[in-house]
Design a protein around this ligand. Structure first.
Ligand code: UTP
Length: 290
């Protein structure tokens, strides 16, 4: 069984839901307090044992490359001002992983973005992690949970969770036959269905393990919803060629690609931090007095 060694992080989208902030700043660099979204995802990949990371970038995404690069001027300043803790934080970022960048010239869809990684991935299974989704797990990171299942099943596997009715039409919705607790053999997957069309209330979230056959499927997938090459459509094709599984992962997911999910993430993370918790709680308790 081939081990998962490589991870793809698509980050070439336009981030229109966060305009105007994302006009000149990548959505993936929006901070959860003092750490950009994409760093959470990279840390999840590394904590899952993935050391080779491919970020798919596009126009206006230079800030991502700069962020994961060394920054001698800033480091010298932090040394001069004896801010050693911050210095370590800044240096750690540059040494996080072996990061490669591939450009998607136009944002033609998530499927197209993943296809850009084909040459770097070659003929081996790999992980895909979307920067919009931040997933906190108490013990095993979500990607590692999928990798462990991949080791047993040897087939592509996608993370899913229960979705409330009013949000069904924002998700890829699956139908599956449960093969063991929380694991489903995929039988159908539909991108952003209406409530009536939806085959269940189980939706995909942004973590996947794919066999390399997904690349052939993407190549044969015509543009779908929004005139974009949808990864969901390619997964449906993959499902017709080989077994694909879905796993209701353990953990809490924040959909940081939309405003409410983003704010929830900031609040929860602040309340988890010893340096912020008291001040934020006090603010929330007293804010109606203003
Ligand atoms: P989204 O659709 O959530 O991101 O794609 P978006 O298009 O940037 O955001 P909105 O909807 O306009 O607000 C999920 C992930 O896939 C990447 C995005 O960067 C995001 O991380 N993506 C999407 C690409 O890399 N290329 C694309 O063509 C589309």
């Amino acid at each position: 069984m081939t081990m998962i060694r490589k991870g793809v992080i698509p980050a070439a989208g336009l981030g229109t839901r966060f305009l105007p902030a994302t006009k000149s700043m990548p959505k993936e660099m929006l901070p959860i307090i003092d750490k950009p979204l994409i760093q959470f995802v990279i840390e999840e990949a590394i904590n899952s044992g993935i050391g080779d990371i491919i970020i798919i970038t596009g126009k206006g995404k230079r800030a991502i490359e700069d962020y994961f690069d060394t920054s001698p001027e800033l480091e010298n300043h932090l040394i001069r001002t004896k801010k050693y803790e911050l210095l370590r934080a800044v240096q750690d970022i540059a040494s996080l992983a072996d990061i490669h960048y591939i450009r998607q010239k136009e944002p033609k869809g998530l499927g197209d973005a993943v296809l850009k990684a084909e040459k770097h991935i070659g003929d081996e299974p790999f992980a895909v992690l979307l920067g919009d989704d931040i997933i906190m797990s108490s013990a095993t990171p979500c990607t590692k949970q999928l990798m462990d299942l991949f080791e047993r099943y040897g087939h592509s596997i996608i993370a899913v969770e229960e979705v409330p009715n009013e949000k069904i039409s924002d998700y890829g919705i699956i139908k599956g036959r449960e093969t063991e607790h929380s694991v489903y053999r995929l039988e159908e997957i539909i991108e952003k269905p209406s409530l009536e069309e939806a085959p269940s209330t189980i939706g995909t979230v942004g973590r996947y393990i794919f066999t390399p056959e997904i690349f052939n499927c993407i190549k044969e997938t015509p543009p779908g919803k929004g005139n974009e090459v949808q990864l969901t459509d390619a997964i449906r094709m993959l499902m017709e060629r080989e077994e694909v599984y879905a796993y209701a992962f353990k953990g809490k997911r924040y959909d940081a690609g939309n405003k409410v999910g983003y704010i929830e993430a900031i609040l929860d993370f602040a309340l988890e931090r010893a340096d912020l918790r008291e001040a934020i709680l006090s603010y929330l308790q007293h804010k109606d007095n203003y």
